[in-house]
Write a protein that binds this ligand. Structure first.
Ligand SMILES: NC(=O)c1ccc[n+]([C@@H]2O[C@H](COP(=O)([O-])OP(=O)(O)OC[C@H]3O[C@@H](n4cnc5c(N)ncnc54)[C@H](OP(=O)(O)O)[C@@H]3O)[C@@H](O)[C@H]2O)c1
Length: 253
């Protein structure tokens, strides 16, 4: 095993990833399994969770448990935690990745129901899962929690206000959780910029549409480009990093 392999090794760790069935979550799920971890793939669409879990098992030889859950529904999260501990007996890394940013034409179109749904998924769900799992991690003496946020929380615009506010809350929550669960458990924000996932299909990427010229790297990210940052925060490579924000965003001004 090379020096860097050892630093990022996750052999026999257990990683729970919400939204692990598609997009950035799927990339992170494959990556941690390739580094030796067993994974829990949790999202609403069970078929997608099952197919991703089967692919991971086939490609990596690690165990992957699919689980159907709506992360925005507080009362469904105890079941996810119980099922995970029932199957694997522990969680070493929790990746609060599931999120969504609905589009709207004007601010008065944002209903209370939509606003609540955005807060529930991007902020409340991660809080509840971190509370349930973080306390068990403290009892076990170790753990890492990764909250997937957005550069929209630092540079909001008029089209993403509820989402930007929820993710800004997530950034704040990360620091608080790092205080609450330290020193045994580290909690960090992985802040994504624009990535070409299903989310970006709603963007106008054609000529004259959305471009990324304002970013230092002048382009959007490919989903595998989230992996290096995720492995750093998930593994012992980041043993002295907690309460931090790590940006993988192509360089926002
Ligand atoms: N892509 C970007 O440009 C970008 C930029 C900044 C931040 N982010 C953040 O990165 C994270 C991942 O984004 P992505 O681009 O990979 O999104 P994505 O391709 O749309 O995938 C979202 C994942 O979350 C799951 N999910 C959605 N709603 C859920 C719910 N209510 N309960 C449980 N699971 C749910 C989806 O599965 P189901 O549909 O089966 O539930 C899917 O697995 C999000 O937190 C997002 O805010 C993305």
């Amino acid at each position: 095993m090379g020096y860097a392999d050892g630093l990022f090794d996750l052999t026999d760790r257990v990683v729970l990833i919400t939204g692990g069935s598609r997009g950035l979550g799927r990339e992170m799920a494959f990556a941690v399994a390739r580094c030796g971890a067993d994974v829990v793939i949790a999202s609403r669409n069970m078929d997608n969770c099952v197919s991703t879990a089967r692919e991971i098992e086939a490609q990596t030889g690690r165990s992957a448990m699919p689980y159907q859950v709506h992360v925005g529904r507080w009362d469904q999260l105890d079941g996810l935690v119980e099922a995970t501990y029932g199957r694997f007996g522990k969680v070493d890394t929790l990746i609060n990745n599931a999120g969504m940013s609905p589009l709207y034409d004007k601010l008065s179109d944002v209903t209370e129901k939509l606003f609540d749904a955005v807060i529930n998924l991007n902020l409340k769900g991660p809080f509840r899962l971190s509370a349930l799992i973080g306390e068990r991690m403290v009892a076990a003496g170790r753990g890492s929690i990764i909250n997937v946020s957005s550069t929209g929380s630092l540079r909001p615009n008029g089209g993403i206000i509820p989402y930007a506010a929820a993710k800004a809350g997530l950034n704040a929550m990360t620091e608080g959780l790092a205080q609450a669960f330290g020193p045994a458990v580290r909690v960090n924000t992985l802040m994504a910029g624009p990535f070409l996932t299903d989310v970006s299909k709603a963007w106008n990427l054609g000529e004259g549409g959305t471009n990324f010229g304002h970013l230092s790297l002048k382009r959007a990210g490919d989903p595998p480009e989230i992996v290096g940052a995720a492995l750093f925060l998930a593994s012992d490579a980041s043993s002295f990093t907690t309460g931090s924000i790590l940006r993988a965003d192509g360089g926002i001004p």
